[in-house]
Ligand binder design. Structure first.
Ligand SMILES: Nc1ncnc2c1ncn2[C@@H]1O[C@H](COP(=O)(O)OP(=O)(O)OP(=O)(O)O)[C@@H](O)[C@H]1O
Ligand SMILES: [Mg+2]
Length: 344
């Protein structure tokens, strides 16, 4: 990975004449996920099928109502804003009504805003205005029912872009009025590329293994990766693998593997102590531990298939008990006891 050369961060700032520490403080006070959000469809990482189709829309300056569905931090809000900017240019705000359905749970307030917004002609001779309703799955069933009328009423002058995590929470009639775009968790290579891009702009040094740790933590959620990077970089601009793990409440694979090996080879007391150490060192809650252990189980090639199957069953049981309010210490001990017994 090595050291990144000092890069011009593209933002027109006088960073070079300011003192180093104040520049850093300023850079840290801003959220990197916002600061480095792609401004154009072409800058979006991954999501190849989506990017290609949106690129065509941007080129034609026209599109139908859109529904973006997919897991958090994969670029839905980013894509909606980027498409708007690509179509309208710098004056895009004049033709954009942005609403968050989680804030506007009452449909009345949405209706009023849409009505007011749709009353005036699109700015700068554009063919239509864009209404972006973020987190549309927060709308109740009834509100969605009313929304479909609104979408029809204003279809002449307005295009809707809806975004949601689960398209199953959006009623069929709305889905059928939209071109549906599915956003996928980003591939490791795409997450890594964006991390390296941001690290360069923020003048960080990424040590070996840091990028891999960040992609592992992110599980395809780029917001999570960039947030973890910023949290780690706030402590040290040279970002190491261990710093990433320690600041992100995530245990590295080897710590989890060592716990499993202790269960197999050293018995209950040693394994229990090992588990405590992992919780303390990486700041994990009980459910974090169980979930991370579950994820790591499949790469633990020192365990047999039948052992993994039984362990999975037990992790699911302990996870459930913890979520239901079972005492953390006793549940984790129960897990350790089971694993020790199963691996004997
Ligand atoms: N595909 C991507 N390419 C580049 N950056 C991305 C991408 N996806 C996410 N990001 C980064 O992560 C941040 C969060 O992404 P975004 O707001 O688009 O997520 P989202 O899909 O709308 O998530 P949510 O479902 O939580 O609203 C962005 O500001 C951007 O910095
Ligand atoms: Mg969003």
């Amino acid at each position: 990975m090595g050291v990144f050369p000092l890069a011009n961060d593209g933002v027109q700032s006088d960073a070079n004449v300011e003192g180093g520490s104040s520049t850093r403080a300023k850079s840290m006070s801003e959220l990197w996920v916002e600061k480095h959000r792609p401004q154009s469809v072409a800058q979006i990482k991954g999501q190849a099928a989506v990017v290609q189709r949106l690129g065509t829309y941007a080129g034609n300056k026209n599109f139908p109502h859109l529904l973006f569905a997919g897991p958090p931090g994969t670029g839905k809000t980013t894509a909606a804003m980027a498409l708007t900017k690509d179509i309208f240019g710098p004056e895009f705000r004049q033709n954009l009504l942005e609403m968050n359905a989680s804030d506007e749970r009452k449909l009345e307030s949405i209706r009023t805003k849409v009505k007011q917004f749709a009353r005036t002609q699109p700015y700068g001779g554009a063919a239509f205005k864009i209404i972006f309703l973020d987190e549309a799955d927060a709308l109740t069933h009834d509100a969605q029912g009313a929304l479909r009328r609104i979408m029809e009423q204003y279809a002449e002058t307005c295009r809707f872009i809806l975004s949601c995590n689960y398209s199953s929470k959006i009623i069929e009639p709305i889905q059928s009025r939209c071109a549906v775009f599915r956003f996928r968790p980003l591939a490791d290579a795409d997450v890594a590329a964006q991390i390296q891009h941001v690290a360069e702009l923020e003048r960080l040094t990424l040590e070996d293994g840091a990028v891999e740790a960040l992609t592992r933590i992110s599980q395809g959620d780029l917001r999570k990766a960039l947030t973890a990077l910023q949290v780690a970089a706030a402590l040290n601009t040279t970002v190491s693998r261990s710093l990433v793990y320690e600041t992100s409440a995530t245990a590295p694979p080897e710590a989890l593997h060592q716990y499993l090996m202790a269960c197999r080879d050293d018995g209950f007391h040693v394994a229990r102590r090992r588990l405590r150490e992992v919780l303390d060192q990486f700041g994990l809650a009980g459910t974090d531990f169980v979930n991370q252990l579950h994820r790591e189980l499949y790469s633990a090639d020192f365990l047999t298939e039948p052992a993994k199957l039984s362990l999975t069953e037990w992790m699911a049981e302990i996870d459930y008990r913890l979520v239901e309010g079972g005492g953390e210490q006793i549940q984790l001990d129960a897990l350790t006891a089971q694993i020790v017994t199963l691996l004997k």
